[in-house]
Ligand binder design. Structure first.
Ligand code: RIB
Ligand code: CA
Length: 301
């Protein structure tokens, strides 16, 4: 299962995921990079672009569990995809709330499910709150978010956690031991000129759409002087499918929810005794392999 807030790097992650040899049983949109209605539309249209209108797509939380949501279109654009024009999906519109759908899918699953979250964890927390026993039906939960170093929204907080730190705390206390793919590793995976050249050489409908997204994303990074555009969510998706791409360390992770100054900070104690650890934190990644697998997927459409 996939939950995200497309978003340009989410879109690249989704287009990569849908060419990997895995069975994607459901996808859901959560408030984050864009309002949930926009993310829901983007997720549906990306599934259609990938030729996967068979995968049910659900609309999730409009706002975080506690705090207010403030939409900032700077990084991904007002439409969330940097202006890329994608044909509208003709798939039936799913009316079930994502949290309800996720709980239903988990309850019905014959075997535990791998779950990937590339946006705020609001839908994940809501689904687990509907039936906490469903934690036993989650084989692996891989989340893009947090950081063992500094944040990107504030010096303390990474965006996905900053939007809904309470959701992160709920998931960390759910009994699921997530794999945390934080900025400390996703910042190792940027797109260089060679990668852009390879992406620009893909003359297909998918190639043309990703080129618009990547051009927008590169301009934003150049204007922000943030270095190479980072493939945050692609790292989480491929790390979930191929765990060997990540090096992880067991840790006790908690999230700041009370301080105005450090709200959303992930506090990672990798010196905690084993029995107290609640998370496996990625500390290294095979960046070249992630870039190669993403470009390979984009070329394969
Ligand atoms: O901080 C990076 C994360 O926030 C990525 O998931 C990006 O898509 C945004 O949601
Ligand atoms: Ca995202």
């Amino acid at each position: 299962m996939f939950d995200g807030d497309p978003g340009i790097d989410d879109a690249l992650a989704i287009l990569t995921l849908l060419r990997e040899p895995v069975d994607v049983v459901a996808m859901s949109a959560v408030v984050g990079n864009v309002p949930v209605e926009t993310g829901f539309r983007n997720l549906r249209d990306l599934a259609a672009l990938a030729g996967r209108e068979d995968i049910p797509v659900f609309r999730g939380a409009e706002r975080p569990l506690v705090r207010d949501y403030v939409f900032d279109p700077t990084v991904h654009g007002v439409d969330g995809l940097g202006g890329a024009q994608i044909a509208e999906s003709r798939a039936p519109m799913q009316r079930e709330h994502a949290a309800v759908a996720i709980a239903r899918v988990l309850a019905a699953a014959a075997d535990p499910v791998t779950w990937i979250a590339t946006g705020p964890l609001t839908n994940v927390a809501l689904a687990l709150d509907l039936d906490p026993s469903l934690a036993r039906k989650v084989r692996r939960l891989v989340v893009m978010g947090g950081s063992t170093l500094r944040g990107n929204v504030t010096p303390a907080a990474e965006f996905n956690v900053y939007v809904d730190a309470e959701a992160w705390r709920a998931v960390l206390g759910s009994g699921i031991r997530p794999i945390m793919v934080g900025l400390n590793v996703t910042h190792m995976v940027g797109m260089g000129d060679e990668d852009f050249a390879e992406a620009e050489a893909i003359h297909t409908t998918v190639g043309r759409a990703t080129r618009v997204m990547l051009d927008y994303y590169r301009r934003v990074y150049e204007e922000g002087e943030w270095g190479e555009p980072k493939l945050h969510d692609v790292v989480a998706v491929l790390g979930a499918i191929s765990p060997e791409l990540l090096e992880t360390r067991a840790a006790l992770v908690d999230v700041e929810t009370g301080s105005q100054l450090t709200y959303g900070m992930t506090v990672v104690d990798d010196h905690a005794p084993a029995e107290r650890c609640n998370c496996d934190v990625a500390v290294d990644v095979d960046a070249a392999a992630v870039r190669r697998r993403m470009l390979q997927a984009l070329r394969s459409y």
